[in-house]
Design a protein around this ligand. Structure first.
Ligand SMILES: Cc1cc2nc3c(=O)[nH]c(=O)nc-3n(C[C@H](O)[C@H](O)[C@H](O)COP(=O)(O)OP(=O)(O)OC[C@H]3O[C@@H](n4cnc5c(N)ncnc54)[C@H](O)[C@@H]3O)c2cc1C
Length: 296
């Protein structure tokens, strides 16, 4: 274990959003701890045919996951409650959260800058589209700030009037920050990062996941991180149907294909559908692989 690196990272607050942060409290294990655990199953022989990095990459590629559970990290995080609500769905972590029954709620609220208000996406019901014009965004921000002030004032008034903290908090907005200790093993952390660094996840949680990955996991577990980027986050999963589309286009010498050629060689099950998410996703995968040529 690189103790010097760990002491540099521990308790360092990496800022996220306007008032949030992630901070490493503790770490157990490193790349070699995972290799050491894996070699129990393969025996000494593996040392000769495979160095540590190669073995880690093999484990990640073949989803031999338990060796990655041998390492753990514990973080202290400060997160807006709506973002925390998504975060807490990852059940394989141990959590202890700041109690607003016991203590006064943090006086930090996540605010949106005038140029950062996002429109509702027209293609993805769960996602965002382009940003509003800053002029309109300014109005949204002004209204937001007024509402935040009122909500906080009401909360503090109730506390002064002797209302129980557990009841006084009920009208605080979901944008109020909370803090928690969050401990998770590396295998389940990588699952969290796969889901929450993906661009279809909400912008706010993507910022947290990316900070954890790039600022904390990358330096502590460089070989695991590299394998994670290569085989999980950066990989493209091709279904049997996707492979069929590629095979048909290749058979007719149409790669890279135009959007029209893609449609002509789509999966037969999609042809009658006016809207088809699976077809759209297949198109995006082919685009990512450079197999669609929009200019032809
Ligand atoms: C883009 C996006 C949109 C989402 N939208 C919604 C939504 O609209 N509504 C909603 O409710 N949720 C939503 N979620 C949350 C999602 O359904 C998962 O609950 C969340 O991502 C946690 O994933 P997980 O269960 O794999 O993680 P973890 O809870 O950390 O579990 C990791 C793995 O452990 C195993 N595991 C854990 N617990 C169990 C168990 N009890 N039984 C069997 N296996 C278990 C599973 O293999 C699981 O994949 C969304 C998530 C994302 C990323």
């Amino acid at each position: 274990m690189n103790l010097e690196l760990i002491s540099l990272l521990r308790w360092k607050k990496f800022p996220v959003l306007d008032h949030g942060f992630v901070c490493l409290v503790d770490v157990m294990g490193d790349d070699s701890a995972i290799v050491q655990a894996a070699r129990v199953s393969y025996g000494d022989g593996t040392k000769k045919v495979s160095d540590d990095r190669t073995l880690l990459r093999y484990l990640m590629r073949h989803q031999h996951t338990t060796p990655f559970e041998m390492a753990e990290i514990k973080l202290l995080v400060r997160v807006p409650m709506d973002c925390w609500r998504q975060w807490i769905r990852h059940r394989t972590a141990s959590v202890n959260e700041y109690s607003t029954r016991y203590s006064i709620a943090l006086d930090n609220i996540y605010g949106i800058a005038p140029d950062a208000w996002r429109t509702q996406s027209e293609v993805n019901r769960q996602g965002s589209g382009a940003c509003f014009e800053p002029e309109y965004g300014q109005t949204l921000t002004n209204n937001e700030q007024q509402f935040h002030r009122q909500a906080r004032e009401l909360y503090e008034q109730r506390i002064k009037q002797g209302v129980a903290r557990e009841q006084a908090r009920k009208d605080l907005p979901l944008s109020t920050y909370t803090e928690a200790y969050w401990k998770i093993d590396l295998h389940n952390l990588f699952r969290f990062l796969t889901l929450r660094m993906e661009l279809s996840a909400q912008y706010e949680i993507v910022q947290y996941a990316t900070t954890i990955g790039e600022q904390i996991i990358q330096p502590l577990f460089p070989n695991c991180w590299e394998a994670f980027l290569d085989y999980q986050l950066g990989s493209v999963r091709l279904s049997r149907l996707d492979q069929g589309v590629i095979a048909r286009l290749a058979e007719h010498g149409l790669l890279p294909a135009t959007p029209q050629q893609f449609l002509e060689h789509q999966d037969p099950a999609w042809t009658t559908l006016e809207r088809c998410r699976e077809r759209d996703e297949c198109y995006e995968k082919l685009q990512k692989l450079g197999l669609i040529n929009v200019c032809r």
